[in-house]
Design a protein around this ligand. Structure first.
Ligand code: NAD
Length: 288
């Protein structure tokens, strides 16, 4: 099955770190895009943020002014969920919580066309479980982008037990048409990348807890000697501690409390304090 035609509307739900980036990708690929967020004003701020980012690309000569004008005409903030009814593909990027995601998809299923594809950007929750309550669970797949979505090529296309082969193929082809490098994955806890990445964060946090070195030293060491693009602490600050902690907790629970995936008390405290990383201005580092 081929890619979604560019004439099809893409709706993105959640205008946070990931949703705004995904909306930018879909808009740059030529689709009409609707961005929705439950928090008042967040979708409009998301749209303005995307246009600012694209404006900088125009200044650097990496995007034509006419292309930006086109995108401006196709990218819109939606004030209500009902406005997303015409979407051919809906990508959810809201809070990492199974019940909240299920409730959203139940509302969406009643709104969109029978052949519309529903996709979740979940990092760790079972795609099978998210789809299970739908009337047509076959139409839901994971479409797991990485942060920052406009720059990172990889997308995990995740199939739950009920996901239809046609839907997975269409999501895969659509990612390719958007200039991404998709891989098919089955719905296992954390899928591939987030599963493999858990020990990177966990061991960094254990080293910090044991007083081995401070965060800046550990980050520099892993970046410069270890060859990682980012150290674990600057990476967790980029991801957001609320999101990273929720992902670890979800993988830990899904593997029946396997101690390898035990969430960190240090990170639990950061979340409790509201020190969520870059997005809140403070995490392991200060961004004020
Ligand atoms: P975020 O906190 O930056 O943004 C989430 C947005 O969703 C917020 O603006 C919030 O107002 C909105 N929201 C919450 N509940 C909602 C609802 N019921 N309806 C509509 N909007 C709602 O979070 P994020 O980092 O963008 O993560 C979103 C999803 O993407 C999560 O499932 C996360 O696991 C996944 N993810 C995150 C990253 C990352 O690096 N941050 C990477 C890949 C995937």
């Amino acid at each position: 099955m081929g890619a979604l035609p560019t004439s099809a509307t893409v709706a993105v739900i959640g205008a946070g770190t990931m949703g705004a980036g995904i909306a930018q990708v879909a808009a740059q690929a030529g689709h009409p895009v609707l961005l929705y967020d439950a928090a008042a004003g967040a979708a409009e701020r998301g749209v303005q943020g995307i246009l600012r980012t694209l404006g900088k690309l125009v200044d650097k000569g990496r995007l034509g002014a006419d292309a930006l004008a086109d995108i401006r005409g196709r990218l819109r903030a939606a004030a209500t969920l009902e406005e997303l009814a015409p979407a051919g593909l809906v990508i959810e990027a809201i809070v990492e919580n199974l019940d909240v995601k299920r409730e959203l998809f139940a509302r969406l299923e009643a709104l969109v066309a029978a052949d519309a594809i529903l996709a979740t950007n979940t990092s760790s929750i079972s795609v099978t479980a998210i789809a299970a309550k739908l009337g047509r669970p076959g139409r839901l797949a994971g479409m797991h982008f990485f942060n920052p979505a406009p720059l990172m090529k990889l997308v995990e296309v995740v199939s739950g037990l009920a996901t239809s082969a046609e839907v997975a193929a269409r999501v895969h082809a659509t990612c390719e048409a958007w200039g991404k490098a998709p891989v098919h994955a089955k719905s296992t806890p954390g899928f591939i990348v987030n599963r493999v990445a858990r020990p990177y964060y966990a061991e960094g946090l254990r080293l910090l807890g044991e007083g081995a070195a401070d965060v800046a030293t550990l980050d520099a060491l892993l970046r410069e000697a270890g060859g990682f693009r980012m150290g674990p602490f600057e990476l967790m600050d980029l991801i957001g501690h609320d999101v990273n902690f929720a992902v670890t907790s979800s993988v830990f629970a899904a593997y029946f409390n396997d101690p390898r995936f035990t969430p960190s008390l240090i990170q639990q405290e950061l979340v409790a304090a509201g020190y969520l990383g870059r997005k809140s201005g403070r995490g392991f580092y200060d961004y004020a």
